[in-house]
Ligand binder design. Structure first.
Ligand code: NAP
Ligand code: G4F
Length: 347
């Protein structure tokens, strides 16, 4: 039987790397869209795409559209994970966020529509949209598929537009187009400027004596944090379902940013109060106070459930960061780079 083909946008990101790993383990031919960058941006996927398989990575950008790649590859499944994904940054680049995170989805959906109509693509091609709990914004928790959306950030608004376009194309053109409404999910591969990773990495550096404090913004925000590895399994299951649909993916447990940080410092045997500082510059113009997902539907319909709880997630991230930071300290060539960074001041 021919291998199933998948295209992943955002393959260089946290979820893109876990999803690549998962799909390759299932025997898929995985194609990824990468952006040209002045420094290499493929570190998360290098273990899965060695130089021999470089022909499966293609330059592209959601602002430009990836129509030609879709028509050439003729995928069975398209996972649209690419996005300007940082909520606070979206207030700095609202138009760009709308273009990439919002319109980027429409560019793909419409390429699929044209591809099917012109006989280039199989009508059964499946599309996954990486929708976000940020779309709920100020809606009271818990939030489910039936809760109202009240986004308060340019990112949340762009994601909500993409969510509705996915549903509109599903209804209007009978396309297999599904939304996963994922609540926050983290891992050792999480980008540094998200709060969990910033806390675990900085706390490890404090433990090793190479940094003296951790500066954060709003400590009282509540988030439902899961593990990216569990969530990409849900993403794949959503596209294997016998019909297109929308599903909330979450753990059903929430904690404040402060609780996450306290847990990390406690695990490292450090005094939280001694090292953590507040800086208003990390606050957003609008805050999303509380996200707590009700994922009863995906548990019932697809039999998905998370395997990693809050304590396991904290431990997994701290263990990985401690190992990495020790490696940097003990590796002579990296140490030169590390010293230069230290002299360069704070991050
Ligand atoms: P991430 O680590 O920030 O990865 C984002 C990916 O999008 C990166 O590969 C990035 O490429 C790519 N990208 C950015 N701008 C692009 C553009 N103009 N054209 C093409 N690709 C572009 O995000 P993630 O945590 O893996 O999340 C995956 C998706 O799920 C995103 O759409 C995110 O908004 C959504 N989501 C995430 C969460 C979460 O908690 N993680 C929750 C709900 C929804 P570079 O590597 O070159 O920057
Ligand atoms: O880690 P965060 O930046 O995640 P946020 O804003 O919830 O967004 C993430 O989850 C969304 C799902 O709901 C995704 F769609 C999105 O792509 C992204 O993955 O911030 C979490 C909380 C916020 O309330 C923020 O105000 O932490 C608070 N916070 C406090 N100090 C901070 C900091 N956030 C960051 N990034 N950095 C801080 O220093």
């Amino acid at each position: 039987m021919a291998k199933k083909k998948a295209i992943i946008t955002g393959i260089t990101g946290q979820d893109g790397s876990y999803l690549s790993e998962w799909l390759l383990s299932k025997g898929y031919e995985v194609h990824g869209i990468i952006r040209r960058a002045s420094s290499l941006n493929t570190a998360r996927i290098d273990p899965y795409f060695d130089p021999e398989s470089k022909n499966f990575l293609h330059y592209g950008d959601l602002a430009d559209g990836i129509d030609n790649l879709i028509f050439e590859i003729k995928p069975d499944e398209i996972y649209n994970l690419g996005a300007m994904s940082h909520v606070k940054v979206s207030f700095d680049v609202p138009v760009y966020t709308g273009d990439v995170t919002g319109l980027g989805a429409t560019r793909i959906l419409d390429a699929i529509r044209r591809g099917i109509e012109n006989g280039i693509l199989d009508p059964g091609v499946k599309y996954y949209q990486a929708s976000s709990s940020e779309m709920f914004g100020t809606t009271e928790p818990p939030q489910s598929e039936n809760s109202p959306f009240n986004p308060v950030s340019p990112y949340g608004c762009a994601k909500l537009y993409a969510y509705h376009m996915t549903r509109a194309y599903r209804k209007g053109y009978k396309m297999f187009a599904s939304n996963g409404i994922l609540f926050n999910h983290e891992s050792p591969r999480r980008g540094f400027n998200f709060v969990t990773k910033k806390i675990t990495k900085t706390a490890c550096r404090i433990k090793l004596g190479v940094q003296d404090s951790l500066t954060l913004g709003n400590l009282s925000a509540l988030r439902d944090w899961g593990f990216s590895g569990d969530y990409v399994r849900a993403i794949w299951m959503i596209l294997q379902h016998n019909e297109p649909d929308d599903f909330v993916v979450s753990t059903g447990e929430y904690h404040t940013v402060k609780e996450f940080a306290e847990k990390v410092f406690e695990y490292l045997d450090l005094d939280f109060g001694k090292y953590v500082r507040y800086d208003k510059s990390y606050e957003r113009p609008n805050e999303v106070p509380a996200l707590l997902g009700d994922s009863s539907k995906i548990k019932k319909v697809l039999k998905w459930k998370p395997t990693v709880d809050f304590n396991m997630l904290v431990k997994m991230m701290v263990d990985a960061d401690l190992e990495y930071e020790k490696f940097i300290l003990n590796s002579p060539s990296q140490a030169i780079f590390f010293d230069a960074k230290k002299k360069g001041g704070k991050k």
